[in-house]
Design a protein around this ligand. Sequence first.
Ligand SMILES: NC(=O)c1ccc[n+]([C@@H]2O[C@H](COP(=O)([O-])OP(=O)(O)OC[C@H]3O[C@@H](n4cnc5c(N)ncnc54)[C@H](O)[C@@H]3O)[C@@H](O)[C@H]2O)c1
Length: 359
Amino acid sequence: MGHMEMNVLQRIFKGKRVLVTGDTGFKGSWLSLWLHELGADVCGFALPPEKEDSHFSLLKLGSVVRHVDGDIRDLKQVQAMVDGFKPEVMFHLAAQAIVRVSYQEPKRTFDTNVGGSVNVLEAVRTSNSLKAVVYITSDKCYRNNEWVWGYRENDVLGGHDPYSASKAAAEMVFAAYQDSFLASKKDFGMASARAGNVIGGGDWAQDRIIPDCIRSLKEGIPVVVRNPLSTRPWQHVLEPLSGYLTLAAKLLEDPKKYSGSYNFGPKVQSIKTVKQLVDQSIAAWGHGKCEVAVQANAPHESGLLHLNCDKANQLLSWYPLWDFDRTILETMKWYKQVLAGQSAMAITKGQINGYMESA
Ligand SMILES: NC(=O)c1ccc[n+]([C@@H]2O[C@H](COP(=O)([O-])OP(=O)(O)OC[C@H]3O[C@@H](n4cnc5c(N)ncnc54)[C@H](O)[C@@H]3O)[C@@H](O)[C@H]2O)c1
């Protein structure tokens, strides 16, 4: 397969001590379970899950992998976590991850995404156990020129809204720590990962399109779309996660060669408008209606944005595996089955295995 063989990943991660910041979140919960399935010794560090129906809670992940409640804004806590657990690999995902929330709480967004990331890198700098770090930012770290070309890893950083600016700043912090301290650290590699909008089961966040869709469909009311014509590079949550895993594996293999920044996005065929995504999700659900309600003074959200993934293709042999149709189908299937009372653990595991079999 183009992707790293799953038995190779198993061989690499089996028994490895892996720290995941943000394991109570949407992507972190999928990643922690996947790592556990690969045989890793996983420990998560994050604020407690916000909702009872969070993916982390539905999976009862706290009893499957180790989890420590903690705040990345507090250096002492981060340092104690890293010094105590002595991870060999770390995935840093903890963040205030919602654009709209960043308009309401810009300070918390910067404190978490920039200050928190500084704390994480301070702990990395002084750790003598870590061999590989994958540092998650976003496709929104690029200055958005609203052009048709995909962004490349060496394009200019920037951000209009506080969330995007915080992720661009987190990238600058990453580069400064890399250049000033970590590039010369022996047997150690570090990479930043920039992925686009992910969808998949288990996301219940406010102001994200699929969770908004599910809430409306469940109640039998129309799905209201604010920005129907915005295009996004939609991808299933397992796609960037497979990129992060592959990247960590490569960093362990040859830390200096693979250190740097990588985009993980879908094929251009998956660049669709919000309206197309909603219409197709409703079709997969079986019934429902979509209503367009453009707000006159809605906060600015970026329009056209997609990633050029040549670097991940060439250096990591990473390619997306699920097309737009499969991505939507798997996502809606997850919600339908869980809402019908099936075990989230069984469904999530089934989708991880299904994804690995697609490789
Ligand atoms: N979901 C997407 O479409 C998307 C797209 C691009 C990048 N990302 C990035 O991927 C990462 C994960 O996103 P997600 O969708 O899972 O977000 P999420 O909101 O579901 O989860 C965020 C996680 O960070 C933790 N967190 C927040 N503030 C914290 C703090 N002060 N201390 C410790 N933990 C804290 C939360 O507890 C949670 O575990 C984030 O860095 C996000 O910016 C997400």
